[in-house]
Design a protein around this ligand. Structure first.
Ligand code: NAD
Length: 419
C-alpha cells in the first residue's frame, strides 16, 4: 500500500484518539455495523479529499467496512492531524496522503495520488478533486459513477460547474442536508473556531469586541458562542436580510472599515474573496487579531497586508505579527487558513457524527442510484436526512412527541376553519 504521512511512529497515539472520537459518533458507528454486514460499497474505488482528523478516520473505517477501497488525501495543507494519518495507514490499512504543513506542490501531488486510484467515486471537501479531474485529468471521468461534497464553498463551485454544463457526473451535496449544515456549520464551526483562536493566542474572549464577517450558518454559530463567552459582537454582511437578522438578534451591524477601528478579534466566514482588505488594515487598532474559518485562505488579503507592513515575525506557533510603519501590530492566525482545523482539532466528533452519517449514506445512495442520475448536484434525500435526525435524537436519549392521527389529518386538510 502506498502512502505519504509524516511519521508512522505516531500511529498508536492516533488510534487512541480515533477511538475516543468514535465513542461520541454513535450514528456513524451504527451505519458501520450495518455496512460491515451488508457491504453496500463492495469493491468501490473511492478517492476522498477531506480534512484528515479523528472524525474523518471514523468515516474512512465506515466506508471500508462497507467494502470500499479508499485512498485519502488532505483537503487543506494545515488541517492534517499527523497521528491520525499514521494510524490510518498502520492500523486501518487506508492509503493516506497528508502531512500537516505540506507546501502547495505537495498538497496537489497528494491529491493527484488520490486521483491515480482511478476513482469510481469522489468524496470532496471544497471540490478540489472534482476540479482537478475535470480540468487536468478528464481521462479519469470514464471510471466515475458519482461523488459527494462536504462543504458550502464546494457546493457553490459544483453548482456553478453544473450551470455551465461543465460538470460531468452526479454529486450529492452533503452540505445541504439539514442534519449537516444546521449543526456542523452552526454549532461545530461556532465552538471549534473559538477553540482555535483560544489555543493559538490564549487570549480572553470576555470583554473583547469580536467582528464576524458573514452571518450564514457558520457566522451565526460563531456569534452566539462568542456572546456566550462575554464578547461584544459586530456582524458584517452584504445580504440585507442576513444583516437584518443579525440586528434583530441584538448584534451591531456596520461597514467593515468602521468595524476595523473597534475590533480586537476579526473572524471571516463568508466563502468570499478579500473580505478583510487594505482599507481595513489601515484602520485597525494596535493588537487586532485576524483569522479565517471559511473554506479557502482567500478571505483575508494577505499579500496586501504583507505589502503594507514594515516587518513580520512569528510570535507564537501559527501567530504571525505584522508591524505597520506607524507601529500598529496586526496578528494573523494560521496564515489565513481554517483556524478551527489549523489551530485546534476541527469540529467535535458529536457533530461530525451527523455530517459523516450523511457522507456514508450519500455514498450508498449514489451506488444504488448513479445509473439513473444525470450529471448535476443533488440534495441528500429527505428520508435519509430525517432518518439521521431520528437516530441522533435517540442516541442523545431524547424522545419527542409524534402527531396523533387526528392531528396529522388536521394539518393536511384545508376545509377546517374557525370553530
Ligand atoms: N471552518 C469549518 O470547519 C467550516 C465548516 C463549514 C463550512 N465552512 C466554510 O465556511 C464558509 C461559510 O459557510 P456557511 O455555511 O456559513 O455559508 P453561508 O452561505 O450560509 O454564509 C455565508 C455568508 O457570508 C456572507 N458574505 C458573502 N460575502 C461577504 C462579504 N464580503 N462580507 C460580509 N459577508 C459576506 C453571505 O451573504 C452569507 O450570508 C464557506 O466557505 C464554507 O465552506 C467552514
Amino acid at each position: 500500500m502506498d502512502y505519504d504521512v509524516k511519521d508512522l511512529s505516531l500511529a498508536d497515539a492516533g488510534k487512541a484518539r480515533i477511538e475516543w472520537a468514535d465513542a461520541d459518533m454513535p450514528v456513524l458507528a451504527s451505519i458501520r455495523e450495518r455496512f460491515a454486514a451488508e457491504k453496500p460499497l463492495d469493491g468501490l474505488r473511492v478517492s476522498a479529499c477531506l480534512h484528515v482528523t479523528t472524525e474523518t478516520a471514523n468515516l474512512m473505517r465506515t466506508l471500508k467496512a462497507g467494502g470500499a477501497d479508499i485512498v485519502l488525501a488532505a483537503s487543506n495543507p494545515l488541517s492534517t492531524q499527523d497521528d491520525v494519518a499514521a494510524a490510518l495507514v498502520q492500523h486501518y490499512g487506508i492509503s493516506t496522503y497528508a502531512i500537516k504543513g505540506e507546501d502547495t506542490t505537495t498538497y496537489y501531488s497528494h491529491i493527484d495520488s488520490a486521483i491515480a486510484h482511478k476513482p469510481q467515486m469522489t468524496m470532496d471537501d471544497g471540490a478540489d478533486v472534482v476540479g482537478r479531474i475535470h480540468a487536468e485529468q478528464p481521462e479519469m471521468l470514464q471510471y466515475i459513477i458519482g461523488g459527494t461534497e462536504e462543504t458550502t464553498t464546494g457546493v457553490i463551485r459544483l453548482a456553478a460547474m453544473a450551470a455551465d454544463g461543465a460538470l460531468k457526473y452526479p454529486i450529492m451535496a452533503v452540505n445541504e442536508a439539514k442534519t449537516k449544515h444546521l449543526f456542523d456549520n452552526r454549532y461545530g464551526t461556532g465552538q471549534s473556531t473559538l477553540d482555535g483562536i483560544i489555543r493559538a493566542t490564549n487570549r480572553l474572549i470576555a470583554g473583547r469586541t469580536v467582528v464576524i464577517s458573514g452571518y450564514g450558518w457558520c457566522g451565526r454559530g460563531i456569534a452566539s458562542r462568542a456572546v456566550g463567552m462575554g464578547a461584544s459582537v459586530i456582524v458584517l454582511e452584504v445580504d440585507p436580510l442576513k444583516a437584518l437578522e443579525a440586528v434583530m438578534e441584538g448584534y451591531r451591524v456596520m461597514p467593515a472599515v468602521k468595524a476595523a477601528k473597534e475590533c480586537d478579534i476579526w473572524i471571516t466566514v463568508t466563502g468570499d474573496l478579500n473580505v478583510i482588505d487594505g482599507e481595513s488594515f489601515a484602520a485597525m487598532k494596535d493588537g487586532a487579531i485576524i483569522c479565517n474559518s471559511g473554506h479557502f485562505n482567500a478571505e483575508i488579503n494577505i499579500p496586501r497586508l504583507r505589502e503594507m507592513s514594515a516587518s513580520e515575525r512569528e510570535v507564537r506557533p501559527l501567530v504571525e505579527e505584522f508591524t505597520m510603519p506607524d507601529g500598529r501590530r496586526i496578528y494573523l492566525l494560521a496564515d489565513g487558513r481554517l483556524v478551527n482545523l489549523s489551530c485546534a482539532e476541527g469540529h467535535p466528533a458529536n457533530v461530525m457524527d451527523m455530517s459523516f452519517a450523511n457522507q456514508a449514506l450519500a455514498a450508498e445512495y449514489m451506488v444504488i442510484n448513479a445509473a439513473s442520475l444525470k450529471p448535476g448536484v443533488y440534495d441528500v434525500p429527505e428520508d435519509i436526512d430525517a432518518g439521521i435526525a431520528k437516530l441522533k435524537l435517540a442516541t442523545l436519549g431524547v424522545k419527542c412527541d409524534v402527531l396523533t392521527p387526528e392531528q396529522a389529518k388536521y394539518l393536511a386538510s384545508w376545509q377546517e376553519g374557525t370553530v
